[in-house]
Design a protein around this ligand. Structure first.
Ligand SMILES: [Zn+2]
Length: 142
């Protein structure tokens, strides 16, 4: 899913939370909103590593090309996408665990979890669910 849609849905989620809990601290709403799309920063890190450039435009082009190449070899051997560290179950659990020590991280977890749900829906709709590695432990084993 494109970042702009994550920003849009993150805003909708934040407004929804604020509507039902208007007493919530603004900083917590902001954390939900920001984490609902900044989790994709790992995509940028992967693009920087593979393109050897800090350019955001090159990062977008890199993933556009990755998507196109995937369409071309759909029937051939299906290769996994690069590991997205912030999208792994382990990273989610780490943020949730820290959330029990520092409340603010529970809101970061909420934004990240919401983001991942949207990603999974998008991956299912685009027949790419198998492309992502969801567990760091599996990636380390391979
Ligand atoms: Zn994502």
């Amino acid at each position: 899913m494109l970042p702009r849609w994550h920003i849009f849905w993150g805003l909708i989620l934040s407004i929804f939370i604020w509507f039902f809990h208007p007493e919530i601290k603004i900083i917590y709403l902001l954390l939900v909103f920001l984490s609902s799309f900044l989790i994709d920063f790992d995509h940028y890190l992967v693009a920087v590593k593979n393109t050897k450039s800090l350019s955001l435009q090159k990062a977008f082009n890199y993933f556009a090309l990755l998507g196109k190449n995937e369409l071309n070899r759909k029937k051939k051997k299906r290769k996994k996408d690069p590991l997205m560290i912030f999208h792994t179950a382990e990273f989610h659990l780490l943020v949730l665990a820290v959330g029990f020590l520092e409340e603010a991280f529970l809101f970061i977890f909420l934004g990240m979890f919401f983001h991942s749900l949207l990603d999974i829906i998008w991956l299912i709709k685009n027949d790419r669910l198998h492309k992502r590695e969801y567990f760091l432990i599996n990636w380390l084993r391979n």
